[in-house]
Design a protein around this ligand. Structure first.
Ligand code: FAE
Length: 531
């Protein structure tokens, strides 16, 4: 440890970082109390992984700190992740019962007891909304549906008016898609595959009701999925694996951006460490304090390291909470008022329709959505709805959707000095515009198809899944709370890299937008701040 500490200090003082950190990374060592690093990234989701790769490629030794686990070791059952049909402790972040997004069946609660553990999916509860987030090295990429959707050009210009949209489409979206390993489905295979029967049924009914549908790209390897369907490889997307992780097929960030960053030899990843404080260090740079936790969430050590630069990439909620707390506690008192504001849920609302008995959706459903209903151009209520799987392993005649709408409501994060925690002002009623917009589309489809809503999946007699989101965005909005490249005003060396930069809405599933924006920002930061 002594020699490694010396190496870290030497690196910070300008020694050839490539050589030094190649050894540190090879040792697989976590950060130690008192270390000094040139760059520290808080969180290993999309924003953090982009920062890690581009900084390390630019020769900067980079330490990523992630509160979740590394998810690279199989459990006693031989699998890293559990599936959705039989969730165990690996499923949820520090809960004693599961908290499934679709939490009911026939109006009866469908959750089960689990052992409290640092599982891969967090359902973080605020007063008016549950926010689902990935926890682990790779962040949301470990648990998400992999849909890689580029936003509409006009809408991106509307939500991020300070961004050169032409450059985003010419340079940064292609760069992001390439590094993420995005692939397109073989549309001929889609038409015949059993596992996409559910999507074809929903598509045909949407089209017959006057709506446009579109194929969605994904980071799940569709070639691997075809082999799953053919029965020649172990199943993952076809074995009800999605929101608690995929054991195969998924190009999550640990296999793409972070693997490439590690290959530079300049990356260290310190997992199971929760960053709790960031403040200026009297010697220069910033002191970053973190709790090392065990798998029950208990703190086993507290460490403080010094970082010349800190990149906040803890996600919309994580970054916003941390910065709001640092401002309120007087550790970063000069952060602007806009930090903590402009949060939205990307207009998320879920809904399900009951199919006629003759319209089977299939017992085998791919967990990776591949098709969406695109009614965004409808000015009276833009909706982009993914045709979502319900991978129960048996025929249920259910068509499920995650609708993304243009809900204009926003909320802010607030520090509670009595508890030392940060809350979110969002009220469930603020999601009514999302319900209203989605209802227009699905009422029309139901009427045309003579079908009805399922009212038993989100509660007893509850049609709309309107009290949770998969897409937290905003809280530290670009060019409002930060400068036009994510720099935090008043604190040279502090940057925001993640979904908190996007003002509450992207109109599509957000990770490609987050990744491309991070690519744009880090390119500028490396060129102007680090040379
Ligand atoms: P994120 O990926 O959440 O990464 C933040 C990381 O920071 C996490 O690993 C945290 O554990 C870590 N962290 C937080 N606080 C701390 C702290 N204090 N100290 C240390 N580490 C910390 O942020 N999006 C799509 O585009 N397509 C999809 O198909 C899709 N499906 C989804 C399905 C589910 C079930 C969920 C939950 C999300 C889905 N999303 C999807 C959303 C997408 O995963 C999300 O927008 C991105 O992951 C957000 O990226 P960030 O870099 O902002």
């Amino acid at each position: 440890m002594t020699s490694r500490r010396t190496l870290l200090r030497a690196a910070a003082l300008g020694a050839p970082a490539a050589v030094l950190f190649a050894r540190a990374a090879a040792a697989g060592a976590a950060l130690a109390d008192g270390d000094h690093v040139p760059a520290l990234v808080v969180g290993s989701g999309y924003g953090g992984s982009v920062a890690a790769l581009r900084l390390t490629q630019a020769g900067v030794a980079t330490a990523v700190v992630e509160m979740g686990m590394a998810w690279n070791t199989a459990g006693p059952d031989g699998a890293i992740f559990c599936d959705m049909l039989d969730p165990d402790q690996r499923s949820y972040w520090l809960r004693t019962t599961t908290d499934q997004p679709v939490g009911y069946f026939l109006g009866i609660g469908a959750n089960k007891s689990i052992t409290r553990y640092t599982g891969v999916l967090d359902s973080e509860k605020f007063a008016g909304i549950r926010v689902y987030q990935g926890r682990g090295v790779g962040g949301g990429s470990l648990v998400n549906g992999g849909m890689a959707v580029v936003p509409k050009r006009d809408y991106l210009a509307e939500i991020l008016p300070s961004v050169d949209v032409a450059a985003m489409y010419a340079t940064y979206f292609p760069r992001a898609n390439a590094a993420l390993g995005v692939n397109a489905i073989d549309t001929a295979w889609f038409e015949t595959a059993d596992c996409y029967r559910y999507a074809r049924v929903s598509r045909d009914q949407a089209q017959a009701s006057g709506y446009t549908t579109t194929f969605l790209n994904n980071v799940y390897d569709f070639g691997y999925m075809a082999k799953e369907q053919a029965g020649t490889v172990p199943r993952s997307a076809l074995a009800s694996e999605v929101i608690y992780g995929n054991n195969h097929g998924k190009r999550s960030l640990d296999k793409t951006y972070l693997a490439a960053a590690a290959a530079t030899g300049r990356l260290t990843i310190t997992a199971q460490h929760v960053v709790t404080a960031v403040a200026p260090n009297s010697l220069g740079g910033f002191s970053v304090t973190m709790n090392q936790i065990d798998t029950a969430g208990a703190t086993v050590a507290v460490k403080t390291v010094r970082a010349d630069r800190v990149f906040f990439a803890a996600g919309s909620v994580g970054t916003s909470k941390l910065l709001v707390a640092m401002r309120a506690q007087g550790r970063l008192p000069d952060l602007p008022d806009a930090v903590g504001q402009g949060w939205g849920n990307n207009g998320n609302v879920m809904v399900a329709r009951a199919q006629h008995l003759w319209n089977t959706t299939g017992a085998l459903e791919s967990g990776m959505p591949a098709m969406g209903i695109d009614n965004w151009a409808d000015a009276a209520g833009p909706v982009f709805a993914e045709i979502a799987p319900f991978p129960a392993g048996t025929e249920l005649w259910i068509s499920l959707y995650l609708a993304i709408t243009k809900n204009p409501n926003r909320a802010r994060f607030l520090y509670d000095s009595s508890t030392g925690t940060v809350g979110l002002s969002w009220q469930t009623a603020q999601n009514q515009p999302a319900v209203t917009a989605a209802k227009r589309v699905f009422d029309t489809i139901n009427k045309a198809q003579a079908t009805v809503y399922r009212s038993d999946l989100f509660g007893a007699n509850k049609v709309w899944g309107d009290d949770f989101t998969y897409h937290p965005l905003g809280g530290c909005v670009l060019n409002v709370a930060t400068d036009n490249y994510g720099r935090l005003p008043g604190y040279p060396g502090l940057y925001v890299m993640d979904g908190s930069l996007i003002p509450g809405s992207t109109g599509v599933n957000p990770f490609v937008t987050i990744t491309a924006l991070a690519e744009r920002n880090i390119e500028r930061i490396i060129a102007t701040d680090l040379t």
